[in-house]
Design a protein around this ligand. Sequence first.
Ligand code: FEO
Length: 401
Amino acid sequence: MECTQKITDAITWVGGSDRRKSLFENLFPLKNGVTYNAYVIKDEKTALIDTADSAITEQFFENLAFALKGRGLDYLVVNHMEPDHCANIGEVCRRYPGVRLVGNAKTMQLIGQFHDVDTAECAHVVQEGDTLSLGEHSLRFFMMPMVHWPEVMFTLETSRNILFSADAFGTFGGFCGNIFSDQGDYADLYLEEARRYYTNIVGKFGAQVQAALKKLAGQPLSMICPLHGPILRGEAISFLLEKYQLWSAYTPEKQGALIVYASIYGHTENAAQVLAGELSRRGVQDIRVYDASSTHYSEIIARAFEYSHLIFAAPTYNMHLYLPMETVLQDMIDLNLQNRKVAIIGNGSWAPVSHSAMEKKLREGMKGIELLAPPLVLRSKLRQDQMEEMRKLADSIADSL
Ligand code: FEO
């Protein structure tokens, strides 16, 4: 059965939710599924904005046929070629012969790589600022390379200022009937997962996102229609634009302490908990503590983009840094996180090296890192005669908050 929803009289959401997938990109745990959004505009000409993941192919085509109500399809606008949105391009071409594929030169190259579609026959190649009239509705195209793939573009419907923004401004989470941001408390319902989505999927490309935000500056927008998650309208638009400014500039959202530890037998964990308690005694609020072995790194990454002060505690293992911490730090480096104040606690029973491995990794891999104090080095466990050093470490962190 079709499951469409109207965006305006002429524009219909034809996407769907997928709650069977457990790992997005086979990496990121999904707590309540994900949506793949696609949109149909009906005017003198008809246009489909993007397709959907193969997981919802049947629902997608049922929705598409219902929205078109027997009409053909003149254009398929391809804003993004990652398979969670492009999987059905070949089938769209088979079901709607004569459809023109709208995208840039890079889009056409990727269509040829992913699909057995001869784009020489059906391509409508666009460049920055080009427009396409559908009748009363008109589309303008903005190239947004590396947000987060090279072919990405945004499409603005100019008669109503509705922006189709590819992956940008999206979030994890399936729909529960409501598809608009103002049908609930956006910050309460979506912010945590929007942050986890942005930081892990797009986080590396802050400079490119900053360029995208500059292009959008001053552009009145009545709605933002991303490829995942709710359609933004009302206050959510400026709310999320402001978050994107912070995230893409690697500016913390809040001054606060995030403690990430990894621990083999609980001794490093104990040191992390002692530090958290010392910080609390010094008035630090909203402290976050995570075990890198049991908390998925995508959650820690999201929190690291949010917090200003990052404290890492980990033991030595195989004469190196314990792997769960290595994974978290390497992912932070790969995602270009920067401009943070950090502190380090290492542990090792006979030849501790985890503290120096963490310091080297942070100093060499991340820009704008300030080490607040010399690393605290434990021998097997935190002992009473090291409490003075621990208190000094807590003082350094609390004083800089
Ligand atoms: Fe939702 Fe980059 O694909």
